[in-house]
Design a binder for this molecule. Structure first.
Ligand code: E4P
Length: 241
């Protein structure tokens, strides 16, 4: 049977030996609707994350593009508030949450952001606390009831700090308290290796730029092997259909 992170085995079911038997969620980190449509069609995309920079890059109107993304992807779609004050964040977050059921309100890891996170958590609105760069911040986000915490590993690597070490520290802290339901969303990923290493640690979710997701499919031996199989098949003169 398949057990998600929040599910308990039912009557007659046995607790699995391994900690998790569900696979890491893959979100794509873009507001480019064409990329989202193309990658969602693979069936491998569980959700989408956006931020103000990605919205600016899309050249689209924020609310309009977020609505369109929620129509393409049924999983969580993160949309970020831009107010820096609690009241503004709550007002903006409510407006964003009203766009669709699968909206996740993205909030910065600031005192006001975490206060807004607590408010949304109490109201049952999903949240993604962004711009996390330390375990202490991740602890606060869990305390505020965040649905997701987004540690930015690539930006830490850029400063010669180990982004993946932060993921492992947060997972260790969260696993010490089984009642924490906050999911670790590995963000600012830059390479397939980031995703693989985070998966080895059992991170719940990774948000992946489209180019990195495409790179995950690739191996030169796959291309070479397929080319040889097709050449040999052609020689047989057969067809399956
Ligand atoms: C996702 O939620 C973040 O906004 C994103 O991963 C940031 O990535 P970057 O550091 O490549 O801008």
């Amino acid at each position: 049977f398949s057990t998600g992170p929040d599910q308990q085995p039912g009557p007659g079911q046995v607790e699995p030996d391994i900690k998790q038997d569900y696979l890491m969620e893959f979100f794509i980190d873009t507001a480019d609707i064409n990329e989202i449509r193309e990658l969602a069609a693979t069936g491998l995309v569980d959700g989408v994350t956006t931020n103000p920079s990605l919205i600016a890059k899309s050249g689209r109107q924020f609310i309009e593009v977020i609505k369109e993304i929620t129509e393409v992807v049924s999983g969580p779609v993160s949309a970020e508030v831009t107010s820096l004050k609690y009241e503004g964040m709550v007002e903006e977050g409510r407006k964003l949450a009203a766009i669709a059921d699968n909206i996740v309100v993205k909030l910065p890891l600031t005192p006001d952001g975490l206060k807004a996170c607590k408010t949304f958590s109490d109201e049952g609105i999903s949240t993604n606390v962004t711009l996390c760069f330390s375990s202490a911040q991740a602890l606060l986000a869990a305390k505020a009831g965040a649905t997701y915490i987004s540690p930015f590993i690539g930006r830490l690597d850029d400063l010669a700090q180990d982004g993946l070490l932060l993921i492992s520290d947060i997972l260790e802290i969260y696993s010490a308290y089984p009642d924490i339901s906050t999911k670790v969303l590995v963000a600012s990923t830059r390479s397939p290796l980031h995703i693989v290493e985070a998966a080895k640690m059992g991170a719940d979710t990774a948000t992946i730029p489209p180019a990195v997701l495409r790179a995950m499919f690739k191996h030169p031996l796959t291309d070479k092997g397929l080319e040889a199989f097709m050449a040999d098949w052609e020689k047989t003169g057969q067809s399956i259909l």
